[in-house]
Design a protein around this ligand. Sequence first.
Ligand code: SIN
Ligand code: MN
Length: 202
Amino acid sequence: MRTTPENIRGFLLYKKYLPWEKQLGLVNQIRAVVREAPMVSLSTPTGKKLSVQMTSAGACGWFSDRKGYRYATSQISGKPWPKIPAPVLDIWNSLVSKVRKPDTCLINFYDSKAKMGLHQDKDERDFSWPVLSISLGDDALFRIGNTFRGGKTESFWLHSGDVLIMGDSARLCYHGVDRIKFGSSNLLKQSGRINLTLRVVY
Ligand code: SIN
Ligand code: MN
């Protein structure tokens, strides 16, 4: 496990942080979460379907519909969100805090065509804690920008097992995923990419 991150404009990248066995374990834990809280295709407030499928674990889950972006305390079905798996929390404990736990883990699934436009993570009420992002499966071309819309951006690849921390000056920076290199990893049987983001919301 590497403990010295690369600092890319304030984004801290821990390359190959998770060994293969750990990655496989996390995938199994996420599969169990998805059985309790199936992935859904959400739409933006303007009615555009997001290409990434999503679900959540924790006290709340990120949600989007005509009424806007927000965190919901239960699934659309009314069921509570599953617990954040302990091995996922361990990563947060090691890299962020042993005292404050994240309120949610957003689970994104990217198939061959999925991408995510540049956006800020700003639906949380507390920006003093970082967002911790875990990449599993296929490589993703990640783009980062500024705290304002526009300006110079740069991109780099996120690989399976990488952990990225978006905190301090990077907490409100625009970021997104341009594309996936489908089939570049054999972690997931059917290829694709899972991204987990741990967030303090309240
Ligand atoms: C996100 O910004 O929610 C996801 C980023 C990623 O998939 O790497
Ligand atoms: Mn984001």
